[in-house]
Design a binder for this molecule. Structure first.
Ligand code: FAD
Length: 403
């Protein structure tokens, strides 16, 4: 077993690390203060520098102008990018575009690829993914009210979506809609590409997340579809294959998120340790770093981050070598474990910073607000715990039993 990053990706990792530390992190504060849309020129300039350095699109296939890294390699990159909330965006690896790009690449028709995939891969346009609905449980997404009925060579969509990340300013959405209401639950829905400019497709609002509505890519929208007509050729993959395609993006998507969270952990860990060694808490020159509670939190965080990294890379390796089917338990376990490690660390780092921790003078409050969702999206903790436990216990002979 070799714990070093693969030789082939080491120079890339080193370049990304310095670009994030020297260029992206120093630009963060001003961009957040100004807002995402108002910072378009700065963000484009950063992206241009990434492209010029030959680092654009670590996970984007080579034929589309990216680096074409494997899942494990991209996991390592994702950790480095995760050290800044802007990292993935600046390098063209941000959700939900990364997932949309993956499914368009795999299931798109030549026409869909030319119209949507290629400009998306170049970073010329953004996209969003509209599955979750306010009226239905996102944790059980086979229950959907949005419909797409056929009318000649068009679909007509009606429905209500929310938490559509990055809809503000996106060019198109991939919408999950019921196309065969009477079919089995997993075979009812299709993914349909809907340009946001289509009449009847309305962005109602950017939803406030703990008081912050955000804007542009850094926002989550409520959307309404009323009599929205798109050609049937806008369907992605076969009819009623929406959930099959969705499954396809889940494994890699969770690896990307978890490695990004580890990047966040490392940033927060650095911030916390630097503060502990500087903050005097007595007039005898002693710093917070001399206190046992702080030391225990430092040691616990180190252990948990290291464990998380090994678990996520092992899950990525299993997907890569054996396929997602063999990594189901690992992927569920990392999803709830790493989110919990990250959020506990963010909370403890804030606690150790005192009042400073809840200001915007450090990165901590940003993470506290914008990463709390980690335990909810891509499957809430409880659902992952339940499904992994059921799979394990079934190997010990658990039967379903009476309801
Ligand atoms: C930051 C963020 C970004 C998002 N981006 C997108 C996006 O781009 N596109 C999109 O379509 N959606 C997006 N979502 C929505 C996300 O997918 C859903 O929030 C998620 O699937 C949970 O669904 P829900 O919110 O409807 O919660 P519900 O399904 O109502 O569940 C609520 C809670 O009930 C509990 N629970 C649910 N089921 C069970 C169970 N079986 N056993 C025990 N407890 C259970 C859990 O604690 C869960 O958190 C995003 C969400 C967030 C927070």
């Amino acid at each position: 077993m070799d714990f070093d990053p693969p030789e082939s990706v080491r120079p890339t990792l080193a370049k990304i690390e310095s670009f994030i530390a020297e260029t992206v992190i120093p630009a963060e504060h001003a961009i957040f203060e100004r807002g995402f849309t108002a910072s378009a020129a700065e963000l484009t300039a950063l992206r241009d520098r990434v492209k010029a350095a030959g680092l654009w699109g670590p996970q984007i296939p080579k034929e589309l102008g990216g680096l074409g890294l494997s899942l494990v390699e991209h996991g390592l990159v994702s950790e480095r990018l995760g050290r800044s909330p802007l990292g993935h965006y600046v390098f063209g690896a941000q959700a939900p575009d990364a997932g949309n790009l993956e499914v368009l690449h795999k299931f798109g028709t030549p026409e869909q690829k030319a119209t949507y995939l290629e400009p998306l891969a170049r970073g010329d346009i953004r996209s969003c993914f509209a599955m979750t609905e306010p009226e239905n449980p996102g944790s059980n997404p086979t229950i959907l009210s949005t419909t797409a009925r056929k009318d000649g060579d068009h679909y007509v969509l009606d429905g209500h979506k929310w938490f559509t990340t990055g809809a503000d300013g996106a060019t198109f959405a991939i919408v999950m809609a019921v196309t065969s209401p009477d079919a089995a639950r997993h075979a009812r829905a299709s993914m349909i590409i809907v340009p946001l400019a289509t009449p009847g497709f309305e962005r109602v609002r950017n939803i406030k997340i703990m008081g912050d509505a955000g804007d542009g890519w850094a926002s989550h929208a409520e959307m309404r579809l009323t009599n929205v007509r798109v050609p049937i050729t806008n369907r992605l993959g076969p009819e009623n294959a929406g959930f099959l395609i969705a499954q396809d993006r889940l494994g890699p998507g969770r690896i990307h998120h978890c490695m990004r969270w580890i990047g966040i952990c490392e940033r927060v860990f650095d911030t916390m340790c630097s503060h502990l060694t500087r903050r005097h808490i007595d007039d005898d020159g002693k710093t917070l770093a001399t206190r046992q509670i702080a030391q225990a939190w430092v040691a616990e965080a180190r252990a948990e981050i290291n464990a998380s990294r090994l678990m996520v890379l092992h899950a990525a390796w299993t997907i890569e070598k054996k396929g997602f089917e063999h990594a189901r338990d690992e992927v569920s376990v990392i999803k709830f474990y790493v989110a919990d490690v990250m959020l506990r660390l963010v909370d403890r780092a804030i606690q150790l910073h005192g009042a400073l921790g809840i200001t915007s003078d450090t990165i901590l409050s940003h993470y506290y607000v914008h990463e709390r969702g980690a335990r909810i999206y891509d499957g809430p903790d409880e659902v992952h715990k339940m499904s992994v436990a059921k799979r394990i216990l079934s190997r010990y002979g658990m039967t379903r039993g009476p309801r």
